[in-house]
Design a protein around this ligand. Structure first.
Ligand code: UDP
Ligand code: MG
Length: 321
């Protein structure tokens, strides 16, 4: 990585985005060209299986600042983002979604704010979530509340992965031993001076969302377990509460036996058994989440493998980051 990179790198993770690619180029390029400063666009092709790779190759012919980083296989939005950010060479690095939900024009405002106030991080904060459905809004609100509890108040609410980082932050991220940090938590956690730019989140320009419910749940689980052992403690408390309830029930049973009451209430018996069984499975699951994290960390397998970086002269090498 050269020290004298361009002023700005724009990192765009994309998975099967052939339909938005022309729209993205048409809107992003004028904004960046108007800056009249050296820049690069790092398109991270996250193992797309449609025409994204061909589309990018065609674009590159007429857009020299476009750099294509191809990952071997689909590694997910977060991993693609990390891949692009860590390889970006700019003094400032902005990450943006490919689907034009984050307006490219806001990049200029972010850059201006960072330079004017000497900030290392500028978060893009959604003015409102009117383009999201009720369910997404509710789950997102819950997610951000939980994250602010776990990581701290410095996590801005309603800030997704549209943000600007300075070179210093990228270097700090590079130092982290985590294989795939959740950037929207790790960046605030690093504690660099930061600011915010609000923007209106648009509808997806074309194509379909790549974030089904299962992936949202995955991100939430990853976020929690990477920042807190509180769920494990929760299991302990649940166990203790169970013991107390059991002790009380034993007392009740003994008293009833001495009072000569007949043995009724087998429903309460099976409810107790079912309840305890469920609690045990839940705690086992929680434990499993953390064991799984330890397992992947110990394996040390990278979160993504770079197949090709158009900035490398060697072409299709296989450097593992
Ligand atoms: N994305 C990716 N890899 C994936 C899934 C998504 O690089 O496995 C990219 C996608 O192309 C887009 C960004 O991540 O640029 C956000 O995804 P999407 O717009 O589908 O998510 P949503 O906005 O619906 O939450
Ligand atoms: Mg989107």
């Amino acid at each position: 990585m050269t020290r004298t990179g361009p002023l700005l790198s724009v990192v765009v993770p994309m998975y099967n985005e052939e339909s938005v690619l022309p729209l993205l180029a048409a809107r992003l390029r004028p904004v960046l060209d108007d800056l009249a400063e050296p820049y690069e666009v790092v398109a991270v092709d996250d193992g797309s299986v449609d025409g994204t790779a061909a589309g990018l190759a065609a674009l590159r012919a007429s857009w020299p600042q476009l750099r294509v980083l191809r990952l071997r296989r689909n590694s997910g939005h977060q991993a693609a983002l990390v891949a692009g950010v860590l390889r970006a060479r700019g003094r400032y690095v902005v990450s943006i979604d490919a689907d034009l939900q984050d307006p490219p024009e806001t990049i200029v405002a972010m850059l201006r704010l960072a330079r004017a106030e000497g900030l290392d991080v500028v978060y893009g904060v959604r003015a409102d979530r009117s383009t999201d459905g009720t369910f997404k809004r509710w789950t997102a609100a819950g997610y951000y509340r939980l994250m602010r509890r776990l990581v701290g108040k410095q996590v801005p609410a309603q800030a997704g992965d549209f943000r600007l980082l300075s070179r210093a932050v990228v270097e700090a991220l590079r130092e982290l031993p985590e294989r795939a940090p959740v950037l929207r938590l790790v960046v605030p956690w690093l504690g660099f001076p930061s600011g915010e730019v609000t923007y209106q989140r648009a509808e997806r320009a074309a194509g379909r969302t790549k974030y089904p419910l299962s992936r949202m749940a995955g991100l939430a689980a990853e976020s929690v377990t990477s920042f807190s052992a509180a769920p494990l403690r929760f299991a302990t408390w649940l166990g203790l509460a169970g013991v107390v309830v059991c002790a009380l029930l034993v007392v009740v049973a003994v008293v009833a036996w001495f009072a000569g009451a007949t043995v009724t209430g087998w429903p309460s018996l099976y409810m107790a058994i079912l309840f305890l069984g469920a609690v045990q499975l839940l705690c086992l699951g929680l434990l499993g989440e953390y064991v799984a994290r330890i397992y992947t960390a110990v394996q040390g397998r990278p979160a993504y493998v770079v197949a090709a970086d158009s900035a490398d002269d060697a072409g299709d090498r296989d450097p593992v980051v």
